[in-house]
Structures are given as structure tokens and as C-alpha cells.
Design a protein around this ligand. Structure first.
Ligand code: SAH
Length: 285
């Protein structure tokens, strides 16, 4: 499903093709029912040694549906295509010695050049990101920022990572999924894309659900309950069944604050600073 974004739009050659091109080229009933204009849809370009890993989980549920509808598009660039010689080598041993292999600067550079075709050079509109444990940890504010641009290029590392020169030369932003080491950048890329794409208008059915959920206001989300009203002798909190929306909102906020204070003192301090509150004051009611 390697997709050359510089190529002229054409009918999809494989059934797995996703995104704008397939939507424009096929007259499915959905198109006839007035699908959204997909020109200018948010786009992701992924550089990876494992193109089959995409769209992966992004092809399921709401993100997958949005992909089929052309609300966002995915272009996968196979790093192997830029490999050197008969064996299409993409990596070599680390300069200075040590274990493992490093992705070559010339190979990664050629893939980044390909990805840059047809993308705006303004990094605020189109960030170029290397998924890396050394990067800034991914958070909701980052996902919000990314979702407001036109798209992004994601470089998935493998082995010991990427030659440092290429990261500097292309002014690449490094983003981490967290303080642990994965085998490759693909899972991290999908996590980043999932967090970003769901913030694009119309990708989630109910837009207000992104406004109330965890982190949106710097707090963790309040506890949720649903049917049955009694489960294993445990009842849903009475207030949630009162129908009194004002009181429910106050209760939820109090619980969100308590949870945040208990579990994430870092978030709690930032929230208090933002709202002019004393972080040691007792919020319990
Ligand atoms: N030697 C590197 C780790 C390489 S892991 C180091 O110690 O920093 C191989 C690849 O997996 C990396 O190039 C990166 O793309 C990806 N990766 C590993 N952990 C990651 C994390 N926490 N966040 C994002 N990407 C990660």
C-alpha cells in the first residue's frame, strides 16, 4: 500500500488503499450520499520499514471510518525503496562501535525528501516528527496543535535509531510516547495519529466528547457509569440518577479535581496555577 503522494491521482490499484485518492476515484454509495469535501483533508505521511503496519488500528472504528470518508488521508512511504545497492540496505553499524544498527542518513534523507514533495515548508502547518524515546513526551496539547495543521510527516525508527545528522539537517521534532523503549516507531506513530486525528472536526461523531474528556481542561476525567443501575450489589452514585444537571456537573468537577490531585500532582499544580487556586487547599466536599 505504498503511496507516492507526488503521483497524479489515480484509481486505487489495491483494495487496501485509504484516503483521499480512493474516495475521489470510487463512486461508492457514500459518495453519492454527499460525503464531505475531502480536498484539503488533513494528511499524514509515514516513513517506515514496515508499511503493512498501516493503517493498523487506525483503520478500525471511528478513525477508520473517517479515513474511508476522506476526512483524513494516509500516505505510507516504504523506507526500503530508498535502500542502497542490490540488497536495498537501509542501515549500518554505529560509528564508534557498539551494538545494533543505525538507519543511514542518506537513506532516511531521500525518504524525507520524497515526503516533502507537495507539503508546506511551514512546520507549524506541517510538522516533521521522529518518534523517539528522547523526544518531548506526547500530550493532549501537542495532539491539539497537530490537529490544527494541514498534516504531518512521521519518521518511524528501527534498530538503534536514526543517524543524528539527518535529524539536525531537516530540523526534525522528536516526540516520545513515554519513558520506555519500543522496538520501532510504528506503534508510537499510530498512537500519535490516533490522538491527533480524533480531534479533527467530524472524525468523532459527538464533538463535545473531546471537550469534556481527560486533559482537555488539565484535569483527569471524572468516573463514568452506565447500566445496570445495580451491579454485584454496587449502585450507580445517586446524584447521577437525579436528573439535576447542575448538581451533576458540580459533582463531576469535584471528582475530577480529587482524582487529579491524588494521581497526578504535576497536572494538579498546573491546573491550580492556571485557575489561581492553592494546590494544597482541601478540595474534598
Ligand atoms: N537506541 C534508542 C532506541 C531505539 S528503539 C535509544 O536508546 O534511544 C527503535 C525505534 O523505536 C526508535 O528509533 C524509535 O523510532 C522507536 N521508539 C522506541 N521507543 C520509543 C518511544 N518511547 N517513543 C517513540 N518512539 C520510540
Amino acid at each position: 500500500m505504498t503511496d507516492d503522494p507526488s503521483a497524479a491521482p489515480k484509481a486505487p490499484s489495491k483494495p487496501k488503499s485509504h484516503g483521499r485518492i480512493s474516495v475521489q476515484a470510487s463512486l461508492t454509495p457514500r459518495d453519492l450520499m454527499g460525503t464531505p469535501q475531502v480536498a484539503g483533508a488533513w494528511q499524514a505521511k509515514i516513513i517506515t520499514l514496515f508499511p503493512d503496519a498501516f493503517p493498523g488500528v487506525l483503520g478500525l472504528s471511528l478513525t477508520g471510518k473517517a479515513l474511508d470518508l476522506g476526512l483524513w488521508a494516509l500516505h505510507v512511504i516504504d523506507l526500503r525503496d530508498f535502500g542502497i545497492g542490490k540488497h536495498k540496505n537501509v542501515d549500518d553499524t554505529p560509528a564508534g562501535g557498539g551494538a545494533g544498527m543505525v538507519l543511514r542518513a542518506d537513506v532516511v534523507g531521500a525518504a524525507l525528501d520524497r515526503a516533502a514533495v507537495g507539503t508546506p515548508p511551514d512546520r507549524s502547518q506541517w510538522p516533521v516528527i521522529y518518534l523517539s524515546p528522547r523526544g518531548k513526551p506526547l500530550d493532549q496539547a501537542m495532539a491539539q496543535r497537530f490537529s490544527k495543521g494541514q498534516g504531518m510527516t512521521l519518521l518511524c525508527g528501527r534498530f538503534e535509531g536514526v543517524d543524528e545528522r539527518v535529524l539536525h539537517h531537516y530540523g526534525i521534532e522528536e516526540v516520545s510516547l513515554g519513558d520506555f523503549v519500543l522496538t520501532g516507531g510504528e506503534i508510537a506513530a499510530q498512537a500519535l495519529l490516533d490522538a491527533t486525528v480524533r480531534l479533527i472536526p467530524r472524525v468523532l461523531g459527538n464533538q463535545s466528547s473531546t471537550e469534556e474528556e481527560s486533559f482537555s481542561d488539565g484535569l483527569l476525567e471524572f468516573p463514568q457509569f452506565t447500566k445496570p443501575a445495580d451491579w454485584n450489589g454496587l449502585a450507580i452514585p445517586e446524584i447521577l440518577q437525579s436528573g439535576h444537571h447542575g448538581k451533576i456537573a458540580i459533582w463531576r468537577r469535584a471528582l475530577a479535581e480529587r482524582l487529579t490531585k491524588e494521581r497526578r500532582p504535576d497536572l494538579w499544580r498546573a491546573y491550580c496555577a492556571k485557575h489561581g487556586r492553592d494546590p494544597v487547599e482541601d478540595q474534598e466536599q
